[in-house]
Design a protein around this ligand. Structure first.
Ligand code: M6R
Length: 612
């Protein structure tokens, strides 16, 4: 959840570190810090609570710190409150070692107690400081940094990406990783480590993804990577093919808005390469028709918005495949003793490819013999590397914490996979297959049509932004879409919100509806439109204010009942959420804007959740 960066080279490190941290601030933003080493000034550390700009002001844009070797960190607190002391880098008591850490050290208390008995004094409440102190302890035993790092890694349990500098090694940056992302970047003027490509794309596109248990030693001109037994490794280089502007705001006020507007193009990029001669082609999937026929149950496992994609896909895939499809929250699945075996296909969905619960769920599924298919946006991420098959969403870098374009591309990719599997199983008529595929291809244009004129969404947001509690209701695909609309709203506007399957309302929740309560009624799912309307009438009868989202076909009917109506283009019923979710994203965005919220970096959240 935190972002780490390191640089060693022939340029001043501090400005590079600050710039990289700014690009990664979405990963964590409660405190930040950098440590830079120079011949004359030794190890200089600056860290503080608050956003990165506080650190930047404190160091005059990095000018106060001298040296061409350094590490930086932007924090999402797990152990210890966000304050100056708990901010990274952490420095060993003797001032020899500075370290940044992303992840969680599970046995830190036991190690801390042991070191305290040996006389080590701790200053912070963090698990990360324990690693710095333990490293200094072992280094002073063996006087060899690599050996000391090896000893520490054998002792600590949990997840980590580490960036380390030691005053005795003025030209070397040391890195290690397990279950937290870390890449190495090869630059002209030096080499980098970073949690995320976005931090270093300005300097290099030539990267190596570190694997679990690996350790790297970087100097200005060399990178050596070792396995957990310190044997040298030959790593495969990858080239990052997206442009630096993709990770910049490009004139938009917020990344979230930019990413909403990018959805037509993102969907096009996800879909186009996968359709050839009127058929879905998934070159990267190695499942045979025979294997697919042998699947008795499909599990879709994910967290947050990715889970909501799974909810939509469950409805669509069961309809297309006539096979049981179960959608599970990764955090529940992993501990549920799941009934998964070699006849199960487990599809995991993750934008970041680093969500710890999703990764653990996938490992559990593999352990039980299932085949795993990962839907991932971040190339080279842990989930992408460990899954049996991976399909990328090609949404480009998503920076806003609240996902929009990644959600949309996951959705459409799941639709393509559904069609692909149905074709292999022979469970879809050709005419239906062709109709769905044609509509998938038409989605970018239809979405663009909506995005060219959404002034009404902006207007409704200004009318309703001061509500304290908002309900989203809908049936079937509209219910699944409502879950996402509700999450978007609560995560960036901090308004209490719930999504309900309309039919469930009268089993309890309707008691919360009182005069003036805002209900967002989703009526885009044609097959159940009339039933959904009955529920709209029910909440209206109890005084609710109803903002509806519907399709061109149902506009007239909806306008007769709802207080306000947003209309999206018609498409194949299965694909309607791809269009219907966009006004919900925009509604959340404008409500949050009206309320003065920090849209791209909502409180308490981080972009990728690499802790349990
Ligand atoms: O990277 P992932 O797709 O695995 O992330 C899962 C959730 O953490 C993520 O979708 C989260 O719910 C977003 N903040 C929603 O906007």
């Amino acid at each position: 959840m935190c972002g780490i960066i390191g640089f060693v080279g022939r340029e001043e490190a501090a400005p590079i570190l600050l710039d990289g941290l700014e690009r990664m601030e979405y990963r964590g933003y409660d405190s930040a810090g950098i440590a830079v080493r120079s011949e004359t000034k030794g190890l200089q550390v600056k860290k503080c609570k608050g956003r990165l700009r506080v650190l930047s002001d404190l160091t005059h844009g990095g000018a106060d710190l001298e040296g061409t070797l350094g590490i930086g960190h932007t924090r999402w607190a797990t152990h210890g409150e966000p304050n100056d002391i708990n901010a990274h880098p952490h420095v060993s008591e003797n001032g020899q070692i500075a370290l940044v850490h992303n992840g969680i050290i599970e046995n830190y208390l036991e190690i801390k107690e042991h070191l305290m008995k040996l006389g080590v004094t701790f200053t912070s409440d963090t698990d990360s400081e324990v690693v710095a102190q333990l490293l200094a302890f072992h280094y002073n035993e063996c006087h060899n940094m690599l050996e000391a790092v090896g000893r520490v890694l054998r002792r600590i349990e949990g997840s980590y990406a580490l960036g380390i500098v030691c005053s005795d090694y003025p030209n070397a940056l040391i890195a290690a990783r397990k279950d937290s992302p870390l890449i190495i970047g090869y630059g002209e003027n030096g080499n980098f480590i970073a949690s995320d490509v976005t931090a270093i794309i300005k300097h290099t596109r030539d990267v190596v993804y570190m694997g679990d248990g690996e350790i790297a030693v970087l100097t200005a001109d060399s990178v050596d990577v070792f396995d957990d037994e310190m044997l040298p490794l030959e790593k495969q280089h990858s080239t990052v093919d997206w442009d630096v502007s993709a990770a910049e705001k490009g004139g938009y006020a917020h990344f979230m808005f930019k990413e909403i507007m990018e959805q037509p193009e993102a969907i096009r990029k996800t879909v186009s390469p996968r359709i050839r001669e009127g058929r879905v082609v998934l070159d990267d999937v190695s499942m045979t028709a025979e294997y697919v026929r042998d699947i008795s149950r499909i599990f879709i496992v994910a967290c947050g918005s990715s889970y909501h994609v799974g909810m939509v896909s469950k409805y669509n895939w069961e309809r297309l495949l006539r096979r049981p499809v179960q959608v599970d929250l990764a955090s529940e699945f992993r501990y549920s003793d799941p009934l998964v075996d070699e006849h199960s296909l487990v599809v995991v969905i993750s934008q970041s490819g680093e969500t710890l619960d999703t990764m653990a769920a996938m490992r559990e599924a593999k352990r039980r013999g299932a085949r795993t298919l990962a839907i991932v946006n971040v190339v080279g991420s842990s989930i992408a590397r460990e899954a049996d098959d991976v399909l990328y969403t090609w949404a480009g870098p998503e920076i806003a914490v609240a996902t929009t374009k990644a959600y949309s591309t996951q959705l459409v990719l799941m639709d393509l996979i559904g069609l692909y599997l149905a074709d292999l199983l022979g469970t879809v008529e050709k005419s239906e297959y062709d109709a769905i595929l044609a509509e998938i291809q038409a989605l970018p244009e239809k979405l663009q049509r909506f995005l060219d004129h959404f002034e009404d969404v902006q207007y409704f947001a200004s009318r309703y932004f001061n509500h304290n509690s908002i309900f989203f209701i809908g049936r079937n695909l509209d219910y699944a879409m409502g879950l996402e609309g509700s999450l978007k709203l609560k995560e960036i506007s901090y308004i209490h919100s719930e999504a309900y399957a309309s039919g469930e309302l009268k089993h309890g929740t309707i008691s919360l509806i009182e005069p003036g309560t805002l209900v967002v009624a989703l009526g885009t799912y044609a097959a159940l439109f009339d039933k959904a309307m009955s529920n709209v009438v029910e909440v209206k009868a109890r005084g609710a204010e109803v903002l509806a989202v519907t399709t061109e076909s149902f506009r007239e009917k909806m306008e007769k009942t709802a207080d306000a109506t947003i209309v999206v283009p018609d498409t194949h019923p299965m694909l309607q959420p791809s269009l219907g979710v966009v006004p919900l994203q925009l509604f959340a965005y404008y409500v949050a804007l009206q309320r003065g919220c920090d849209i791209d970096k909502p409180r308490n959240l981080a972009k990728s959740v690499t802790v349990e």
